[in-house]
Design a protein around this ligand. Structure first.
Ligand code: ISE
Length: 348
């Protein structure tokens, strides 16, 4: 058996720490060897915790400079969970050093930088970049795509997607971030399920929740037109106050299918002390780590397996680029309220 893939994680906030924990403990054929974060104390604490306890993978180095971690001879592959604005430089370094990289979404935060990465990877002559669109590894979403491609329900006409967060991830999460950071998942999912590009986007803003910061358009309703004529409606509500709810229903000519509906863990409870009847229901996931735990397991395992074979699976740099371009058009539509045509670079 060949040696395990030695992985470094750049950015150990919520998602990076979750990926690091999996790599240290749950992914076959990989070992966590290094972490990097501008908050060095946070990186040190995580490295000590994951390297030291009896389930840990051995010693985990803290390398404050992310580019140094990527260049290190002790690192074979890198997970980037740094903020989107840092991705271009870091992904480029991975491409230049021939290092397989799983880059969290978005690939970058503007069209030109995403396009530069697609070109750089192509010019390097070796596929190295996977983008972290984890719904592509969620068993229910995979089943839905298989159903659509099997032709059993005929041509898909419509999809309705819901993406709710309990609360915005940060106090400064503005309306544009809802498009670039949250909706971007549903943009990729529409492309993945329909196997087509998005050709037009319109972002509609109902009167915002009084519970979200002033000036933030939350929720948003987003209409995507697909190249083949299908329409995908999306509700994104990051300050929903309820829980993490992500689901999708596709309506086709001869049937429909829905994924992500909570169906387990539902129970009836007795009446409260003040009489009346009992109630029934279950708990909502708090965030994406819980909702998509299985998808992240499968995504990381697939990335490690593919990287060891010199391959890339899941969303490629092109998918990251296409999602960025649609999101940019979405930000323009957010400002104007009008539909905006999506134009991918035909030369790319
Ligand atoms: C976050 O960055 C994610 O990727 C989550 O999946 C999404 O639900 C959330 O809205 C984003 O901020």
């Amino acid at each position: 058996m060949s040696a395990p893939l030695r992985v470094g994680v750049v950015g150990v906030g919520v998602m990076g720490a979750d990926h690091a924990r999996r790599l240290a403990r749950g992914v076959a054929g990989a070992t966590l060897v290094a972490v990097s974060d501008p908050d060095v104390a946070r990186a040190q604490e995580l490295a000590a915790r994951l390297g030291a306890d009896d389930l840990g993978s051995g010693s985990v180095a803290v390398v404050p400079d992310p580019l140094e971690l990527i260049r290190s001879d002790a690192v074979d592959a890198v997970v980037l969970a740094s903020p989107g604005h840092a991705h271009e430089e870091q992904v480029r370094e991975c491409i230049e050093t021939g290092t397989p990289v799983l880059c969290e979404k978005p690939l970058t935060t503007d069209d030109a930088s995403s396009a530069r990465l697609v070109r750089a990877e192509r010019d390097g002559g070796r596929p190295l970049v996977q983008v972290g669109f984890m719904r592509r590894f969620d068993p229910e979403y995979v089943q839905l795509r298989d159903l659509l491609t099997s032709g059993r329900v005929g041509r898909p006409l419509l999809a309705h997607q819901v993406h709710r967060n309990l609360a915005a991830p940060r106090a400064d999460f503005r309306s544009e971030m809802i498009v670039r950071d949250s909706l971007v998942h549903e943009i990729d999912t529409a492309r993945y399920l329909f196997g087509e590009e998005v050709v037009e986007i319109q972002v509609i803003t109902p009167s915002p929740s009084s519970l979200v910061p002033d000036g933030v358009a939350d929720p948003q309703v987003v209409v995507l037109r697909m190249a083949g004529g299908a329409v995908v409606t999306n509700e994104v509500f990051v300050g929903s106050s309820t829980g993490y709810e992500v689901r999708c229903e596709v309506v086709a000519e001869r049937g429909s299918a829905v994924v992500g509906r909570p169906s387990g863990g539902i129970c009836s409870t007795a009446a409260g002390p003040h009489g009346g009847a009992g109630s029934w229901g279950g708990a909502l996931p708090v965030d994406y780590r819980e909702r998509f735990a299985r998808a992240y397991d499968l995504e990381l395992q697939a990335w490690v397996d593919a990287s060891r074979r010199g391959k890339v699976v899941g969303a490629r740099s092109w998918d990251g680029y296409a999602a960025t371009v649609v999101a940019t058009a979405g930000v323009a539509s957010l400002a104007s309220g009008r539909p905006v045509v999506v134009e991918l670079d035909p030369e790319l």
